[in-house]
Design a protein around this ligand. Structure first.
Ligand SMILES: Nc1nc2c(c(=O)[nH]1)N[C@H]1C(S)=C(S)[C@@H](COP(=O)(O)OP(=O)(O)OC[C@H]3O[C@@H](n4cnc5c(=O)[nH]c(N)nc54)[C@H](O)[C@@H]3O)O[C@H]1N2
Ligand SMILES: Nc1nc2c(c(=O)[nH]1)N[C@H]1C(S)=C(S)[C@@H](COP(=O)(O)OP(=O)(O)OC[C@H]3O[C@@H](n4cnc5c(=O)[nH]c(N)nc54)[C@H](O)[C@@H]3O)O[C@H]1N2
Ligand SMILES: [Mo]
Length: 741
């Protein structure tokens, strides 16, 4: 989130693309309802289904899944046509909006209606309402991301906000509602395969920075990999790990995956559960470290070398977590670990000991900084405080330097001393924002509740857009214009990110030689903290002040372009808006795009499949299906179906139906009549597991551990299809065929 939940109360218009916060963020949704009460804010919901969130909206847009880019271009078409854009803002703060303007010109309301299914008058009404009520905030979640063009969707939405000058404003911004508890923390620590923590990437320089900070030899780290090159190549993703075993598509590593360690993933939450099952069966070794009987061990037919390690839950452990709006929270232990369960970190420490790298694994927690260098400062460590200290010491990129355990604990103890709309502290917490939203540049910085806000001083959380991509591109200046000066900054307008070499020139200061001697090369690796210190003194953020890029030269599409889903119900449109060429070696495996789309799947699979969430279950659903009371609320897997569609197949409310996917997988579920979906589409929740393609697997649960609810996994029929950049599965726009069971 660029802003935060409480800040939504400052909004005069709220547009939601592909999120259902009434169900998935019910506490956060209160702020949206309050904005309606306080400001008479107009609430617009764009969703292929009429959701509980839509029920609270002033304007509801029923969109065809996967067509948000045309819809947003349609909005921009009208915005530019009627001069509703913020010209001054665009000129000073946006790079190449003219490219967007040119594309938007093509998307007339009639054309948008044809592609998206949204009537022209609805588009016009929505655009007028949104553009004329400022500030407006734009929310999104999985309805935008889980597409083969998910990454383009997530670029398009900020572009709409930039055109209206809504970014970097109170009550504005892009508020992306995150998922799991601490998923923002997991993202910031890059618990993924493509980067070191803190978005440092995988370059040699980054590895060396971490090796230094962990007190380990770079060569030693390199030797952990099969080849030195692999140190710098992305790993498999969760979405396609199973191809690492099955190798139906070419993989790019010396050996296939032979062992799988599952620690905190529901396994049936990725598309194509039938493939996941085949891969599990073929593994040499499967270990699950879990508080519950993880269904990885249940849906597999594997009978040997499957181990379940009981772990504790969050209530039996302690440490810092990060909320959806970049704020940290210290979480205390509620009870000691139950029975023989061990905490996640204890399991990882034991693993490291067994494999002979425990000392290297924990040394980072015993390091500190002396004269700009990381050195070992003690012989023992205290969990979890020293882990948080290690994070604060290393992660400069997103400004975690100020997140010391002492400060975070103080926030926890004084959480009632903060205002929910401004996050500002009072009394003992004066001068700080709740949870020290990152970037929190130093131990004395307040945190930054609203990103890219040049209207407040940097010491109070102000900043421009990050200058990450150099100072010019093809002769055009990438830095912010003269009217985009951060309030109180010594430097007027844009400036580059600060380095040891340019800092004196950019800030117009002289730094003593002894300080320069210990200063890091640039602000991202400056352990001395001097670059940040001098930046704050001059009232500027260390990462520069640039234009936001509407045009990104490193992406497959330089500006976001509409491309039809791989399995599209409109084959005619796939010819005009085709998907990408197939991609070689995407996270170590080939991924198909056009070779799937070149067939007209809709002939045999005429119904759109979209998937999502229910309020009583989370993720793959194992936790709640183990609760008698929650399971009782929704004991059975089902498909939402419009009566008009059901009628065509002779299906009555409550009948069992088979749903078939283009990949040849099938599930048997109950049909549930609803008008929330139109007759061209069905909706499936993905919270069930334990039944695979009609086969009940409950004999595979350890004795006494069958959940109160089991069912088919919606993901068994979720289609093949992945985002071109992130490889997130296209679980929001597929095709299926149905029949009465
Ligand atoms: N109760 C509950 N709460 C949860 C979770 C849970 O499992 N249960 N999970 C958490 C997690 S991990 C996450 S990531 C969040 C996710 O939160 P959300 O993103 O809100 O969750 P979804 O229900 O998957 O999808 C949101 C909406 O996107 C719509 N949609 C589908 N395709 C499209 C499209 O092409 N365009 C548009 N505009 N909309 C589309 C769907 O109809 C759906 O209503 O929720 C979190 N909160
Ligand atoms: N079709 C479809 N599929 C989807 C989505 C969709 O919208 N549609 N959404 C996707 C999204 S956004 C997400 S985030 C994923 C979510 O899917 P998963 O990542 O699989 O999420 P959960 O089911 O919550 O899995 C978490 C597991 O961790 C265990 N666990 C809980 N606490 C702890 C702990 O402290 N330690 C350990 N070791 N384990 C613990 C739980 O028991 C549970 O089994 O699903 C994705 N899959
Ligand atoms: Mo998620």
């Amino acid at each position: 989130m660029t802003n935060h939940l409480g800040d939504i109360q400052n909004s005069k218009a709220i547009i939601i693309f592909g999120a259902n916060p009434a169900v998935n963020h019910p506490v956060g949704f209160k702020h949206i309802l309050k904005a309606k009460e306080r400001n008479n804010a107009v609430l617009i919901v764009v969703d292929p289904r009429y959701t509980k969130t839509a029920a609270k909206a002033d304007l509801y847009v029923r969109i065809r899944p996967g067509t948000d880019i045309p819809f947003m271009y349609g909005m921009l078409h009208l915005i530019f046509k009627y001069g509703w854009e913020d010209e001054e803002y665009i000129k000073n703060r946006v790079f190449r909006m003219d490219y967007i303007k040119k594309e938007a010109k093509k998307w007339t309301p009639e054309k948008v209606a044809d592609v998206t299914g949204v009537p022209t008058d609805v588009l016009i009404q929505v655009t007028r309402a949104y553009a004329s009520n400022k500030p407006g905030t734009l929310l999104w979640a999985m309805g935008l991301t889980q597409h083969s063009i998910g990454s383009s969707n997530t670029r398009m939405a900020p572009i709409l906000q930039l055109a209206l000058g809504n970014m970097g404003k109170f009550g504005g911004g892009c508020n992306i509602l995150r998922g799991h508890d601490n998923v923002q923390g997991a993202t910031d620590m890059c618990c993924l395969s493509h980067s070191l923590p803190g978005y440092y990437g995988l370059s040699e320089g980054s590895w060396k920075y971490f090796a230094h900070n962990w007190g380990v030899d770079f060569k030693w780290l390199q030797n952990r990999f099969a080849t030195p090159k692999m140190m710098h190549t992305k790993g498999f993703t969760l979405s396609k790990w199973w191809q690492g075993v099955l190798q139906e598509e070419k993989i790019y590593q010396p050996t296939p995956i032979k062992a799988l360690w599952v620690q905190g993933n529901g396994i049936t939450s990725v598309a194509q559960t039938a493939k996941v099952q085949q891969a599990l069966d073929k593994l040499d070794l499967l270990v699950v470290a879990e508080p519950f009987a993880n269904e990885a061990a249940v849906i597999t037919n594997k009978t040997d070398n499957v181990y379940i390690l009981p772990t504790t839950t969050q209530f039996e452990d302690e440490g810092s977590v990060t909320a959806t709006n970049r704020t940290a929270q210290w979480r205390s232990k509620v009870i000691d670990p139950l029975y023989e369960s061990k905490t996640d970190e204890e399991i990882m420490f034991t693993f490291a000991k067994k494999f002979g790298f425990y000392d290297e694994f924990v040394r980072g927690m015993m390091m500190g900084v002396r004269n700009g260098k990381a050195v070992k400062v003690k012989d023992t460590f205290k969990w979890p405080e020293d882990a948080t200290r290690e994070i604060a010491r290393i992660i400069k990129t997103i400004g975690l330097t100020g997140w010391t355990p002492e400060r975070l604990k103080k926030h926890q103890e004084n959480w009632h001393m903060f205002d929910e709309v401004t996050l500002k502290g009072i009394g003992p917490m004066k001068g700080e924002y709740y949870g020290l939203p990152w970037p929190c540049w130093t131990e004395y910085h307040s945190g930054s509740p609203v990103l890219y806000n040049i209207g407040i001083p940097v010491m109070e959380g102000g900043m421009g857009f990050r200058a990450r991509f150099g100072t010019e591109y093809e002769g055009e200046n990438l830095l912010a214009g003269p009217f985009a000066t951060i309030k109180g900054a010594k430097v007027k307008g844009g400036y580059p990110e600060l380095t040891k070499e340019n800092i004196e020139k950019v800030l117009g200061i002289k730094i003593p030689a002894r300080e320069k001697a210990i200063m890091g090369k640039n602000w991202k690796v400056d352990l001395s903290g001097l670059i940040a210190k001098y930046a704050l003194q001059a009232g500027v953020a260390p990462y520069g002040n640039a234009k936001a890029r509407a045009y990104v030269w490193t992406f497959p599409d330089k500006i976001p372009m509409h491309r039809e889903p791989l399995h599209t119900p409109r084959y005619d449109l796939a010819k005009i808006y085709p998907t990408y060429p197939d991609k070689k070696d995407q996270y170590r495996v080939d991924t198909k795009f056009i070779s799937i789309q070149k067939k007209d799947w809709a002939k045999d699979f005429p119904i759109i499949l979209t998937t999502g969430r229910l309020v009583m279950y989370s993720g793959a659903g194992l936790i709640e299906r183990n609760s008698k009371y929650l399971a009782a609320l929704e004991p059975e897997m089902f498909a939402d179906i419009n009566p008009a569609l059901a009628y065509k197949y002779g299906i009555r409310d409550g009948d069992m139906i088979w749903i078939h996917s283009p990949e040849g997988a099938k599930i048997k579920v109950k049909a549930r009549f609803t008008y929330s979906v139109s007759p061209d589409r069905i909706f499936l929740p993905f919270h069930f597991a334990g039944i695979m393609e009609g086969k009940n697997m409950s004999k595979n649960y350890p004795e006494g551990l069958i959940p109160y609810a089991i069912g088919e996994s919606g993901n068994t029929v979720a289609n093949y299809g992945y985002d071109i950049v992130t490889q997130i599965p296209e679980t929001k726009a597929g095709l299926v065929r149905i029949e009465k069971a």
